[in-house]
Write a new protein. Structure first.
Length: 295
């Protein structure tokens, strides 16, 4: 990776529904010698390993909001990283309700952790220490030349929820987090090099008796972004490329999704993300499964 590279890896492009193809939400940012993990959904440790990375090397974990799919593997990440030799405390930023959840995970396992520490006799237990900080709007400090700004989005009734803007050496990525269309996201996305946006594919979420009603689909769609809404945002913002992640349903027909985005008027570079896709700026390269694609 060159010194001015800003790399964004989609570790987990799924959502709460279980999927063999898409792990729970997790994305990795690497730039300026820093490694930032965004969310720690189900399977994050496995996906980090598959990406050639380790939880032990993460400098900062940011959790965007309290929904379970974004933080359910927190404790597993902490323990598995310790087993990889992590020897420094975790720095974790999240909104207060998500912090409370992760603190509770640590409390729930306090006894088993104490037993492990005493019995396993590893050289260092500092990797099990967590420094929790409340995530607020604005610049996150301590990341050197990687500028990471949090902005409030609208995922009510879950609040607060955050999106992120990541800048390094003249490249800028905007990550929507989980949200409905909202002015703060419109503002953040203006002129970005890459818009990474969640998508709820309502056309592929039929009513299923005993599973979800029409009301369920309408409710869930209302605090997410449907394909035409994402496309409209991408067009208005002038984003130089669009990547879709947090796919609901995870087994979506991605070609149909891409066609829906095109039909809604977005004609620019379009990436329907898969787990382990790595996007590098300013080179505009996409690496996945041994292939490298310029976009
Ligand atoms: Zn989610
Ligand atoms: Zn959510």
């Amino acid at each position: 990776m060159t010194a001015d590279a800003l790399a964004f890896t989609c570790l987990g492009t799924g959502a709460p529904p279980i999927s063999l193809r898409r792990a729970g939400p997790a994305h990795l940012v690497e730039a300026a010698g820093r490694t930032v993990l965004i969310d720690c959904g189900s399977g994050v440790g496995q996906r980090l390993l598959a990406a050639g990375r380790r939880g032990a090397d993460v400098d900062l974990l940011v959790v965007t909001h309290e929904h379970s799919d974004h933080l359910v593997d927190f404790y597993q990440l902490v323990i598995s990283s310790w087993h990889q030799g992590r020897a420094r405390p975790w720095r974790v930023l999240a909104p207060a309700p998500a912090l409370a959840n992760m603190a509770t995970q640590m409390d729930a396992f306090a006894r088993e952790r104490a037993l492990r520490i005493a019995f396993e006799k590893r050289p260092d237990a500092t990797g099990l220490d967590i420094v929790f900080e409340e995530l607020r709007e604005g610049r996150i400090d301590g990341l050197g030349d990687l500028a990471l700004d949090a902005f409030l989005v609208d995922h009510k009734p879950v609040e607060p929820a955050f999106g992120l803007s990541l800048s390094h050496a003249g490249s800028r990525i905007v990550f929507s987090g989980d949200t409905r269309l909202t002015p703060s996201l419109e503002a953040a996305a203006q002129g970005c090099d890459l818009l990474v946006c969640e998508v709820f594919i309502d056309a592929q979420m039929p009513v299923v008796a005993g599973v979800r009603s029409a009301e369920t689909v309408a409710s869930v769609a209302s605090y997410h972004m449907t394909p035409p809404v994402v496309a409209g945002l991408a067009v208005r913002s002038g984003a130089r490329a669009l990547a879709l992640t947090h796919l609901v349903p995870p087994a979506a027909d991605t070609a149909a999704l891409a066609r829906e985005i095109r039909a809604a008027g977005y004609a620019g570079p379009l990436i329907v993300a898969e787990d382990l896709m790595r996007i590098s700026l300013p080179e505009r390269l996409l690496g996945w499964s041994g292939a490298t694609i310029g976009f």
